[in-house]
Ligand binder design. Sequence first.
Ligand code: SAH
Length: 263
Amino acid sequence: MKIKSKKSLGQNFLIDKNIIKKIVESGNILPNSTILEIGAGTGNLTEYILKKKPKKLFVIEKDEKLVETLKGRFDKKIDIINKDILKVSENLISKEKLIVYGNLPYNISTQILSKWITNDDQNNWYENYILMFQKEVADRILAQTDSKNYGRLSILSNWKLNIKKIININASCFNPIPKVESTLLKFTPKKNYLKLKNSKNLETITRVFFNQRRKKIKNPLRQLFKKSDMIIDKLKLNTELRPQNLSPETYYMITKEYENLRN
Ligand code: SAH
């Protein structure tokens, strides 16, 4: 069957069977697993997820036409939700913890990631999630302190999540072929992380620092704290450093201090 792909919905379908298998394997599906697949498209990944015989498979797809395709191809084997993932309350989908797969438009992957990270009351609905990113964005998510790609996205992503690179995926594994290379990342919740009152504060702090990427951290610290010397002493910060030289943990601690002073 020929399906016309919609550019506006980032429809690049995976066609490389080995890559599809590798993606499905990376979720460690067990017979009692409940799965959520986001942006199922024509169902190329769906088919291989079903081969693992999970207990249940929910599928979210925004495009009504593709929902019809999916119904035709899988009928009652899957539970289709015809919605925009950005408008779904993930914790209401199932009582079971979900293994999540998403080969979605790149911009949506990044939006979902930040939605899930900053969701302070909904932490426990997933077991892990596996998302496709444009390679450059994945590089920023994975970047280490002191490196060129290190920044807000690395710090935010590493707060509550362990992140593992599964594989780089060549553009030719998709149809139509996208203009960029892709990387698949797997996220699992960290057991221990520094709890914050409001994750928005971490966004604020990192924004203030990285808006002045080239300046020494003295400047943003002064901007954020009336008594910045106190914070510098307490956290033993070297004020000669620049934003990219501070570890993610340091940013979490700075945010904690910021919250403490606000209450
Ligand atoms: N996972 C399939 C399809 C990838 S194309 C495969 O690998 O072959 C991306 C899919 O995400 C498309 O089917 C598109 O319609 C869907 N999509 C795009 N934006 C979406 C959104 N906001 N919510 C849910 N699905 C979306």
